[in-house]
Design a protein around this ligand. Structure first.
Ligand SMILES: [Zn+2]
Length: 216
């Protein structure tokens, strides 16, 4: 049976980076829900129009639409191993994923949680800076520019993203905890949860994920 893997983690845990990296190295399909929604919304199908009707109004896309995207993705990738990133985000979505997997003849092989203490999340997010010209991302603590808050490539002063504030972070963390804890408990109860240490460097976290997924 093909592998189906879920990658979970708080904001700034590097989920997206790790999923992209893992999928390239091991020929897994990297399914990123945010990207899939943007892609699906870009066409001129009835589904695209429906998605835009929510996103243009600033609303979250309902789970019914998410379910259709997941089903289309499984149907189009029967022969592939898949790693999901940014999904599920709630217990309801975990349930719809389980249903879609069983319809597609798949089972969840591993749910990998990238653990990161809250202080570390705050350090990572509050110190993020970005170059307004080329878009290059920095972190004043973990990946500082060579000279004082200026882009290495073009010398422009780096900017602080407006939503990288303590207040926004607090709220994102509260939502994450409320919605994700039940999912983690559920995956732990069914025996598919594996925890990796997200405080390690990118390569080391990547190796921990490889070990868990390839052994599952
Ligand atoms: Zn730049």
């Amino acid at each position: 049976m093909r592998r189906t893997v879920v990658l979970l983690g708080p904001p700034a845990s590097g989920k997206g980076t790790q999923a992209a990296r893992f999928s390239r190295a091991h020929d897994f399909l990297h399914f990123d829900m945010g990207g899939a929604l943007r892609e699906a919304a870009a066409g001129d199908s009835p589904l695209a129009e429906e998605i835009r009707s929510y996103t243009d109004a600033g609303h979250l896309v309902p789970d019914e639409v998410v379910r259709r995207l997941i089903e289309l993705m499984f149907a189009a990738n029967r022969e592939r191993d898949i790693i999901l990133d940014g999904f599920p985000r709630s217990m309801e979505q975990a349930e719809l994923l389980e249903h879609a997997m069983s319809e597609a003849g798949r089972e969840l092989t591993a749910a990998v949680l990238i653990g990161l203490p809250e202080e570390e999340i705050a350090i990572r997010i509050l110190n993020r800076r970005v170059c307004p010209v080329c878009g290059k991302a920095y972190n004043l603590v973990t990946m500082p520019p060579k000279s004082d808050e200026k882009c290495d490539d073009d010398g422009y002063p780096l900017e602080h993203r407006a939503d990288d504030t303590e207040e926004v972070l607090k709220e994102r963390l509260a939502v994450y905890k409320e919605k994700t804890r039940p999912i983690i408990a559920h995956y732990e109860a069914v025996g598919v949860l594996a925890r990796v240490d997200g405080t390690a460097g990118v390569n080391d976290v990547g190796e921990q994920i490889e070990k868990v997924v390839l052994d599952s």
